[in-house]
Design a binder for this molecule. Structure first.
Ligand code: NAD
Length: 377
């Protein structure tokens, strides 16, 4: 098929909407991929260089992530063209107008993503009555502040370590990217007895085989400094973080950071994927051949969306953290068991498990991907 239908397969997408309003330079896309399990949840991304293809890939990733996490939600994603650092009034006007243009879509729930945050979600809710990832004052559970995704990474690491005969007590951890995901993963893992031996941000890297103090590193970042200027260790370029010998390596920065050019340099036993698609497909295949255990992104980093789904149900922060722990620990266990039984790479096993859950949900539907969202009005 052509004319934009080239993405269609047995799962979706069920809907692709282009929004255009020339008077305010509004150009946006919504892709609702699959809603068999419930109304789709996915982030609103704001960037100057997004595309329908990227939006579709991100929406499909949400279908699999939400299904793998056992959430009553399908997958969707929306993108707005523009520089997220534009003046606040202009950004607010665009986001409010985009939400208004999509107000009739009950099968998509906006959440935060790159270039948007809880304030943007408050604007969306003010316009159309629903969104997730809200400020605390209006019922939100601030997922980045509490470290929802880092908490999930910790539990994925805990189960992966058991499967690899690694004692978390004393396990050497390296974290690439020390933002909302990376710093909390480091915090939870070191709290459980692991040792942070290396970390990086976009400007530099710090390593110390005797261990780095996570609270001091967090304070250093909060004071506006790069990790590459931290005193207690050996500093270097951001990319040097790939070479540090460790037991658990956590990418928590950008896509495709491990690729054909550097995959042989990784010196770890386990990778827990915090960032989305941090490895190219061939690099991940190479890690599998090298016997490095990889817990794929949509299993390991689902803590944020689990938290958002719990917020949507009106749940509390402690219940959300409990749900993240249970779901991610159980899913990691299930994926690793399936991978072992069927001799599959963990990503293949995880995809098989998630797709099966989506297909099962689809059997209950007459039109499997049409909206089954509640009526908000
Ligand atoms: P963030 O902006 O808070 O932090 C990103 C960190 O990565 C920053 O410290 C930045 O300096 C660093 N960085 C950027 N380029 C780098 C490079 N080349 N080398 C080393 N460090 C680099 O972002 P975040 O919310 O922590 O998200 C990180 C990743 O995890 C993103 O890929 C995001 O899509 C993904 N993710 C986030 C969540 C969440 O809950 N926030 C959930 C799932 C997936």
């Amino acid at each position: 098929m052509s004319d934009g239908f080239e993405f269609c397969d047995a799962l979706g997408p069920t809907k692709v909407i282009h929004v255009y309003e020339p008077t305010i330079n509004l150009l946006g896309i919504l892709v609702v991929d699959n809603t068999a399990a419930g109304p789709s949840i996915g982030g609103l991304r704001m960037a100057p260089d997004v595309s329908v293809r990227e939006c579709f890939r991100l929406a499909r990733a949400m279908t699999l992530k939400n299904a793998a996490a056992g959430l009553p939600h399908g997958g969707g994603k929306s993108v707005l063209f523009g520089d997220p650092k534009m003046p606040a009034e202009q950004k607010e006007e665009l986001i409010r107008a985009f939400a208004q243009a999509l107000r009739g879509n009950r099968d998509y729930i906006f959440g935060p993503d790159m270039g948007t945050n809880e304030v943007c979600m408050a604007w969306v809710r003010d316009e159309i009555g629903v969104s997730v990832g809200l400020p605390r004052e209006i019922g939100g559970i601030p997922l980045d502040e509490i470290g929802a995704t880092g908490w999930g990474l910790y539990h994925a690491a805990r189960i992966a370590a058991q499967h690899s005969d690694i004692d978390l007590q004393g396990a050497r951890v390296v974290v690439q990217g020390f933002g909302a995901v990376g710093k909390h993963a480091a915090r939870f893992l070191t709290h459980a007895g692991a040792i942070l031996v290396g970390a990086s941000d976009s400007q530099g890297m710090i390593s110390n085989p005797l261990g780095l103090d996570v609270q001091q590193l967090i304070a250093h970042k909060e004071n506006g400094h790069s990790l590459g200027t931290f005193a207690n260790g050996q500093t270097g370029e951001p990319d040097n973080v790939v070479d540090i010998e460790c037991d658990i390596w956590i990418p928590a920065a950008r896509p495709d950071v491990i690729n054909e050019n550097n995959v042989e340099r990784l010196n770890t036993r386990i990778m827990i994927q915090g960032a989305n698609i941090p490895c190219t497909a061939s690099a991940e295949e190479r890690l599998y051949q090298r016997g490095i255990l990889v817990i794929p992104d949509f299993i390991a980093n689902a803590g944020g969306v689990i938290c958002a789904a719990m917020e949507y149900q009106g749940s509390t922060q402690s219940a959300a953290l409990q749900a993240i722990e249970e779901k991610i620990a159980n899913n990691t266990e299930e994926v690793l068991t399936l991978a072992k039984q069927e001799n599959l790479a963990p990503r293949q096993a995880a995809t098989q498990m998630a797709e099966k859950r989506v297909r099962n949900a689809m059997t209950y539907r007459r039109f499997s991907s049409f909206s089954n969202a509640p009526n908000y009005s």
